[in-house]
Design a protein around this ligand. Structure first.
Ligand code: GLU
Length: 473
């Protein structure tokens, strides 16, 4: 019987949820959902100096925002030290791992000598027990590390879900450190800290992980991990290593060259479903489909059609995807998002109904919620029209028409149909064409030359605001 699919995402809480991690989280999640399996969140917090609770909270918040719900976890590695400790002891007892008392100075010396001989640097296995081998004398005052007793010959082979078959000769692989002593100054009896490659295997084993999707940067770690699975007699998951995401400049997407966290895109006004859709396409395809729902992705994501070559982050495409989702989004939902954005700017609440109608009117021309908030903000905060626009459009030729329009607007019923009627009547009375009147009104009232239909826009202002902005003609 094939085991139930169990996938996981295992971020290190040393910063925000990175876009690359979000993408592999999405693939892991979608794969589990596709197969009716389980998706697990594990926090890999063994880098004690760099891990923070704030980062854990951010990661969880980003997962929730993206709707990547997990069935188990978060599990924390630092709460599992006893388990790693027990497994290490088992491995030592079985001859699959051994203690090594090399000091950092000795290791430096070893590498130096190897370099001088023109060799690739490697651990020379001096503490590796072999039948008949006499090991060095255990030095005093040194806390040992534990190393994997990696096989010396043969090779490690796996069929990568993304990259296809991969094979690495064991002679290329060092006896990796799998456990370090507790940090200096740790309490008496404190347990050692496992290294990434060891903890990840014990966890994937204990958590019954069947499929691992992760970034390309781990492909070189996989041979060690497979050897550890084998040493433990544990079932090996299938691995899929997704190529890195490149920035617009063709280099690895990095913080130094733009936003790389999910949070940054949330703050910039992207919708989670747009983000998911865009991230999904960045390394996976389903025919020519560019826009699809989460449900469709779950239905389609069977681990095939994962791209082998790196995808390039394309802000213009993300903006396009987001614009499509904004257009479809429910006005009440957008109103709540815009209200939050305006609150961030220190602007007070706007009546729900007005906010909804404004969002409905402007959403078609926006790429982000932040942009939508800019449109709504123009209703709430005095605008400062550009002098050049005023000079160009608010001319003496149209001033009498503007004054007449303002006087009519002061007395009519305040709705789009009546405003439209008054606009038309003013045009006729002054022999003007619509843009000659509408553009100066836009400049003065909205601070911009282009808006949706002017009657609809004006109707969504308070009448007194419009009159005040047309005051000094
Ligand atoms: N903590 C590792 C990372 O964030 C997890 C890698 C893995 O999925 O095995 O890169």
């Amino acid at each position: 019987m094939t085991p139930t699919v169990r996938t996981r995402i295992a971020p290190s809480p040393t910063g925000f949820l990175h876009l690359g991690t979000a993408r592999t989280a999405l693939y892991s999640w979608a794969y589990a959902r596709h197969h009716g399996g389980h998706f697990i969140l594990r926090i890999e917090d063994t880098d004690v100096a760099r891990s923070t609770q704030e980062s854990v909270d951010q990661i969880i918040a980003s997962m929730r925002w993206l709707g990547l719900d997990y069935d188990e976890g978060p599990h924390y590695q630092m709460q599992r030290l006893e388990r790693y400790h027990a497994v290490v002891e088992q491995m030592i007892a079985a001859g699959a791992a051994y203690r090594c008392w090399c000091t950092p100075a000795e290791l430096d010396e070893m590498r130096e000598a190897q370099r001088a001989r023109g060799e690739k640097t490697h651990y020379d296995r001096r503490w590796r027990p072999e039948p008949g081998k006499v090991l060095p004398v255990i030095p005093a005052g040194i806390q040992p590390v534990v190393r994997l007793r990696n096989p010396l010959d043969g090779s490690v082979t796996w069929d990568d879900l993304v990259k296809g078959p991969i094979s690495i000769a064991n002679e290329e692989i060092d006896d990796l450190i799998i456990m370090r002593p507790p940090p200096e100054g740790a309490a008496e009896g404190a347990l050692g800290i496992p290294t990434y490659n060891f903890a990840v295997v014990v966890d994937d084993w204990d958590m019954g992980i069947t499929h691992v999707f992760r970034g390309d940067e781990h492909v070189n770690n996989t041979p060690w991990q497979i050897n550890i699975f084998q040493a433990l007699g544990a079932p090996q998951p299938r691995f899929g290593h997704c190529p890195i995401i490149l920035g617009e400049d063709g280099l690895k997407l990095s913080k130094r060259r733009g936003a790389v966290s999910v949070t940054a895109y949330e703050e910039a006004g992207y919708l989670p479903e747009a983000m998911l859709n865009y991230l999904a396409r960045l390394g996976w395809s389903h025919g020519d489909d560019e826009l699809f729902t989460r449900e469709q992705m779950v239905q389609w994501f069977d681990g095939s059609h994962l791209a082998r070559s790196p995808a390039q982050w394309d802000p213009a495409k993300l903006a396009w995807v987001n614009a499509q989702y904004l257009k479809q989004a429910d006005d009440s939902r957008l109103a709540a998002l815009v209200a939050r954005e305006l609150a961030r700017r220190g602007l007070g609440p706007v009546a729900d109904d007005l906010m909804r109608r404004r969002c409905g009117l402007y959403k078609d021309r926006c790429t982000t919620v932040v942009e939508l908030a800019d449109w709504v903000e123009m209703h709430e905060v005095p605008v400062v029209p550009a002098e050049a626009d005023v000079a160009q459009h608010v001319t003496d030729a149209v001033r009498p028409a503007l004054v007449a329009l303002r006087d009519r607007l002061a007395e009519i019923d305040w709705d789009a149909a009546t405003i439209a009627q008054v606009l038309k009547q003013t045009l006729t009375a002054h022999g003007l064409k619509m843009p000659q009147l509408a553009i100066p009104v836009r400049v003065l009232v909205c601070g911009r030359t282009q808006t949706p239909s002017l009657d609809a826009v004006l109707a969504l202002f308070e009448r007194r605001t419009v009159l005040a902005r047309l005051q000094h003609l």
